[in-house]
Design a protein around this ligand. Structure first.
Ligand code: SN0
Length: 316
């Protein structure tokens, strides 16, 4: 495995889920696989789960881990080509990426959508510089358009908690005070489309995701109708794709609350975290027995470990 960005990079999902279950059961069974191998985790944006779970996953495999927070350490990095570098960024990614690649065996990158340029974001201009110039395998730790480690952990969590062969999974938009990326919902849809689930996406008008992801997916604009008989409710805010990066609504009637959850088939509540309480979801729902957000976050170690393990196996 040379890169991990889209669902295609993981191959057969059944096999990946089997491997995830093995890794969860015996996390230290491959603790010499990463001996004398180094992973560098580079963050252009904040992180709690991704940073800690990816580091833990690498440590479980016996790797050395270097973490670089671009905003705190090192030089500010220029990411655009052809610019006159007379501003506040002393170094270009074009040099920084291959240099980092010489110091390690795998690189993980977190770089959110800028929301300044839809085309640049959806062409993954930053992540692609890592893929093209690092010379080592690249893991997306949330890029402009996708968050595959999250989606893989989400799928594994659904697999663990489902009580029927093909559960109904609902991705619902929910209100938030800021404009957030589409990466989490894009990846969730991308993975659920391939998985053995019935996926329904619900959001207010104007919040349609890129058709690249939602082609063939059921979209239901009536949130309550979407919730009927759901086995999993996956809440997430995202900014508009069409009116790119804009916050069109903070409509609190979309908050996931007890009343809406009562329409479901005793559904489990999921969210990638961090979550804004009483915006996205009421305290009553996130603190209820049906909330599996902590188990979901715990599985981030599992998804990261499967991906790093496969990359290490391919290096040998
Ligand atoms: C990120 C997002 O993509 O929505 C990371 C999720 C894993 N979330 C945020 O940036 C939340 C920030 C906030 O102000 O609540």
């Amino acid at each position: 495995m040379k890169r991990f960005l889209t669902v295609d990079d993981i191959g057969d999902l059944g096999q990946a889920l089997k491997e995830a279950a093995e890794v969860k059961k015996t996390p230290y069974a491959w603790d010499t696989l990463g001996k004398n191998k180094t992973i560098t985790l580079i963050f252009f944006n904040s992180s709690l789960r991704t940073r800690l779970s990816t580091q833990k996953a690498a440590m479980n495999l016996g790797m050395n881990v270097i973490v670089l927070d671009v905003n705190k350490d090192g030089w500010q990095l220029e990411t655009e080509f052809g610019v006159v570098m007379d501003g506040d960024k002393p170094e270009h990614l074009r040099e920084a990426v291959p240099v980092i690649g010489r110091y390690c065996d795998i690189i993980g990158v977190r770089s959110f959508a800028s929301f300044e340029d839809k085309k640049a974001d959806y062409e993954e201009e930053i992540l692609n510089q890592f893929i093209n110039f690092a010379g080592v395998p690249i893991i997306s730790m949330e890029s402009a358009t996708r968050h595959p480690l999250q989606a893989f952990a989400d799928l594994f969590t659904i697999e663990e908690f489902k009580n029927k062969e093909r559960p109904k999974v609902v991705l619902t938009w929910a209100p938030h005070p800021r404009a957030l990326p589409q990466a989490v919902p894009n990846s969730f849809v991308e993975w659920m489309k391939v998985a053995d689930v019935d996926l329904v996406v619900t959001h207010p008008k104007g919040y349609e995701l890129s058709p690249e992801f939602t082609d063939g997916v059921t979209v239901e604009y009536d949130q309550k109708k979407a919730f009927e008989d759901a086995d999993f409710i996956y809440a997430k805010n995202w900014a508009s794709y069409e009116q790119y990066g804009q916050l069109l609504s903070q409509d609190k009637s979309w908050t996931v609350d007890e009343e809406k959850m009562s329409l479901t088939n005793d559904a489990r509540f999921m969210h990638c975290l961090p979550v804004r309480r009483n915006m996205i979801v009421t305290d009553g729902v996130i603190d209820s027995e049906n909330s599996i957000v902590i188990d979901e976050a715990a599985n981030r170690v599992v998804s990261a470990q499967v991906v790093i393990k496969r990359m290490l196996e391919a290096l040998k």
